[in-house]
Each structure stands twice: as C-alpha cells, then as structure tokens.
Design a protein around this ligand. Structure first.
Ligand code: CLF
Ligand code: SF4
Length: 298
C-alpha cells in the first residue's frame, strides 16, 4: 500500500461515523429516503416500514423526490456543521430504484462536493451499477449479507425479482448470494470501502455468521456489522416464532468473529431518514414541512 493510498484510506475511515467508532462522536450522517421499492423479500421485513437491512423496522420514513433530497442535503449541511456523510439506505433497496438513487447522488456530488456519499444495498443489483458508483465517487458501500450458503439463505429470503423474473427458494438464494459476493469483490477491487451488515437471526443463521465473516473478509470487506434481528409483526419470522437475540449472544458472536475482521459495535440501526450524530435523531426537525420554511436561507 503506497503512502498516498494509506492516507486516503485513513481519511475515508476517520470522517465516517459508521466506519470509525471514534468518528461517530464528531461526525454526523444524514440518510435521504428516496428509494421506496425493493427487489427481494427478506423474511424479517413486512414492507410497511424502513428496510430492516440497515434500519429499524417499525419506523416509516418520509420518502423524498431526488430534487427534494438534494435540497435537504444542502439545508442540513448548513445547519449541522459536523455533517460529513449523506447515505441512501431505503426505505426499500436503493438499487431497486436506480434512477432516483443515482440522480440524488449526482445532484449532491455536483452541489455539495465536500459531502461523502454512502450507499447501503441488499446487493442484488450491485454488479449493474459498479461503474456509476465509481464515477459518482461513492466512497462507502454497505452490502447486507445474511448468509453465504444458499441452504441457509433460502430460509431468510422468500423471493427475489431479478432481470424481469421472480425466483423462489434455493434458486433465489443462490442468485442473490452470488451477486452480493461478486459485487463486494468488484467494489473493493476498485478501492471502494465496503462494510457488510448481517442480521443475526437466532436458530437460522447464528451458527453460520462466523463463516459469513470469514468469506466477506476474503472478498475485501473492511468492516462487519452484525445487527440483532428486530422481530416486526406481520413478518414471516414473526409467524415462525423467531426470537430476538440476547445482548450476550450478540456480543459473544461479535467477539468470536473479530479474529477474522474488524467488527462494528456502535451501530444504532438508524431510520432511512435519520439526521445527526449516530446517537441522536433529528429527523423530525428536517421534515418536508419544516424544510419549506428553511430553504429560503440556502
Ligand atoms: Fe448510513 Fe449506513 Fe452509510 Fe452509516 S448508517 S448508509 S453506513 S451513513 Fe451506520 Fe446507522 Fe448502523 Fe447503518 S449506525 S444503521 S451502520
Ligand atoms: Fe425489506 Fe430491505 Fe429486505 Fe427489501 S432488502 S425486503 S426493504 S429488509
């Protein structure tokens, strides 16, 4: 690694509240919720709420048009000087809404070039947008990978919708996992910093996540974030009686994986329209209604 690349990498980590535990005390992020549709069905998601791959189910974010999201980014950057990152993480999957997601990133890139861009996706369509992600200088990408073995994946996903066709069961899991890992590898080859989120689902993938950690590290992931499932009502996992993990189970699993790679321990399972430092939620201050009265100043 050359000195320049090293400095560059340190910078990318140090200014991002999710990639550095230290940075999360000083740097804020904002999510713009521009992506309502999704192309897969996770068994912990009931579609009424934010994407549970990155967010807290049970929260309904305010969906914005790209132009509204760009304006919001400029306003919030003016109001919150610690703002360093704009992320798109839902409420569905950003790459299942490619026009909206890319138009938003493009506008922010052009009008607020000092903000870093961050994308969180289920990874199904990553390979189709690698060039765009690189061209827009999106420095951080999260891929949610809950299994690397389709036999386990088939119990986590009911279906995927891929290139005009719906797939179910083992076949769906095979395609999804293949695309996720190929996407992860392609991104890291291009120097894009990748984090992998995994939802810990007791009795389904708890014994498998160590293997996931190992594989995603091999594919170049920089950070692994194991998040506890939040069992939302009206989901397949609620019907199957899946329980939420205990704090000790989560901690134990994280430490058993940490030999393989850097583990994230400060994730707050943010909403898809979260604003502010990781521990605070200022989304209410910056709703569409409130923004209208603020935009005249920007
Ligand atoms: Fe958002 Fe995610 Fe980017 Fe961070 S959140 S898109 S990487 S800017 Fe961070 Fe929030 Fe945890 Fe996500 S604390 S839910 S890991
Ligand atoms: Fe729900 Fe996100 Fe899974 Fe899509 S990717 S089904 S929005 S949790």
């Amino acid at each position: 690694v050359s000195t320049n690349t090293r400095v560059d990498l340190d910078e990318k980590i140090m200014n991002h509240p999710c990639y550095s535990e230290e940075a999360h005390h000083y740097f804020a992020r904002m999510h713009v919720a521009v992506a309502p549709a999704c192309n897969i069905q996770c068994n912990y998601c009931n579609r009424m709420y934010d994407c549970a791959n990155e967010s807290r189910p049970g929260v309904v974010s305010e969906v914005l048009k790209p132009e509204e999201a760009i304006k919001k980014s400029l306003v919030v950057a003016g109001e919150i000087p610690q703002l360093s990152v704009i992320g798109i993480a839902g409420p569905g999957d950003p790459l299942a809404n490619p026009e909206k997601t890319l138009a938003t990133f493009k506008g922010i890139r052009e009008q607020a070039s000092d903000l870093r861009l961050c994308l969180s996706t289920n990874g199904l369509k990553l390979m189709d947008y690698i060039d765009e992600i690189q061209a827009l200088d999106i420095e951080h990408v999260t891929v949610t990978i809950n299994a690397v073995d389709p036999e386990i994946g088939k119990d986590i996903y009911s279906w995927i919708y891929y290139n005009g066709k719906r797939y179910k069961g083992l076949e769906a899991a095979e395609i999804l996992i293949k695309q996720q890992l190929a996407g992860l590898e392609a991104l890291t080859e291009r120097g894009i910093l990748c984090k992998v989120n995994s939802v810990l689902i007791p009795g389904v993938n708890d014994l498998h996540l160590k293997e996931v950690s190992k594989v995603v590290k091999e594919k170049g992931a920089f950070l692994h974030n194991i998040m506890p499932i939040i069992v939302a009502e009206d989901t397949e996992f609620a019907r199957r009686g899946i329980r939420e993990p205990l704090a000790e189970e989560l901690n134990e699993l994280r430490s058993s994986c940490s030999g393989d790679m850097k583990m994230m321990k400060h994730c707050r399972q943010c909403r898809a329209d979260a604003v502010g430092l990781l521990g605070e939620d200022r989304s209410e201050e910056f709703t569409k209604k409130h923004l209208e009265t603020m935009t005249s100043r920007y």
